[in-house]
Write a protein that binds this ligand. Structure first.
Ligand code: CUA
Length: 333
């Protein structure tokens, strides 16, 4: 290799390194943490990443230096001098990785143990997954289609599934936990800031996996107490609207009156037309579509809606929901 090409190689290496560093620093790799556990997990990420960056830089620098310093001249076809190992060097390159890997293990083990601590009096919320929706049941016995958490309290999520394996994930809370039928897994979350974040299913669970989403709202402890007492709802609308919101219908359906803009299922402001398409009277159509969602699939949509709302919503509330949707549809005619 000629000297010119070696300098070229070094230049390319330096430029590529600079671009990679710039990209690495510009991209927000991790979401801004919203919980103590997420803070600790992010610390482990960066602890391991910084070690990896330092090791890579040292190895790459030595490599580049040696390519430049010890290259053979173009006319040199001789073998190199015979060498037989270097005991001191070998001890060093075994000891350093051993120390680093042990350090990463200890930091990870401490974080894992700390993240499992729920304290003596955690808030407990039952999380039930099913194709393709989430249900959250609170200490007051009420079930909602979305999650509400108190800021600054240890909260234990007791996670299970009604059908196949799903996985609970809130990126800002960092932890993932499988929802397995017949089994109760748990994670502890201790929110550190208020806000609304996505709840995502992160285990391939069927056709509707990608739409199996809800949201978590972190509120102050006072607001959480209010929420448990039932006055936490911000809606003063008709009773059917509360049923609509409690069951998370808005995460899949659009319904302007309820401020819902889901796009996964048919637009519920359009129910009169849909009923005509199905060839059924409006009220019967609405009732059937919730009780047995597979009975009629609107053109352009898939058979994804859970079949559990019939057993999940008490009959009186079910009627309220149907009447609410019918009245809203008629008003839109
Ligand atoms: Cu549930 Cu993916």
């Amino acid at each position: 290799m000629r000297r010119g090409s070696v300098i070229q190689l070094i230049l390319i290496g330096l430029i590529a390194g600079a671009i990679c560093t710039a990209v690495a620093l510009a991209i927000p790799w991790l979401p801004v943490a919203a919980g103590k556990e997420a803070d600790r997990i992010h610390f482990v990420y960066w602890f391991a990443t910084v070690i990896a960056i330092v090791v890579f830089s040292v190895v790459a620098a030595v490599l580049i230096y040696e390519v430049w310093k010890f290259r053979a001249p173009p006319d040199d076809f001789s073998d190199g001098p015979p060498t037989h190992g270097h005991t001191a060097l070998e001890i060093v390159w075994t000891a350093i990785p051993a120390v680093l890997v042990t350090a990463i293990s200890i930091v990870s083990a401490v974080v894992l143990a700390k993240n499992g601590e729920a304290g003596s009096n955690p808030v407990v919320i039952k999380v039930v997954a099913q194709q393709f929706a989430w249900e959250f049941t609170y200490s007051n016995g009420k079930t909602y289609g979305f999650l509400t958490l108190p800021e600054g309290r240890h909260t234990k999520l007791d996670i299970t599934s009604k059908d196949v394996i799903h996985s609970f994930w809130v990126p800002q809370l960092s932890q993932k936990q499988d929802a397995v039928p017949g089994q109760h897994n748990s994670i502890v979350v201790t929110p550190t800031r208020t806000g609304t974040f996505p709840v995502i299913c992160t285990e391939l669970c069927g056709l509707g996996h990608s739409i199996m989403r809800s949201h978590v709202t972190i509120v102050s402890q006072a607001q959480f107490t209010k929420f448990l007492k039932g006055s936490g709802s911000s809606t003063a609308g008709p009773p059917g609207q509360a049923v609509f919101q409690q069951n998370g219908c808005g995460s899949c359906h659009t319904l302007q009156a309820a401020g819902a803009n889901g796009k996964i299922g048919p637009d519920l402001d359009n129910l009169v037309k849909e009923a005509q398409g199905a060839g059924k009277p409006l009220e019967a159509f609405v009732r059937e579509s919730i009780e047995n969602p597979s009975a009629y699939i609107a053109p352009g949509y898939s058979d994804l809606m859970p079949h559990t709302f019939k057993s999940q919503i008490p009959p009186a509330q079910f009627d309220q929901l149907v009447q609410y949707l019918v009245a809203n549809a008629n008003a839109k005619k």
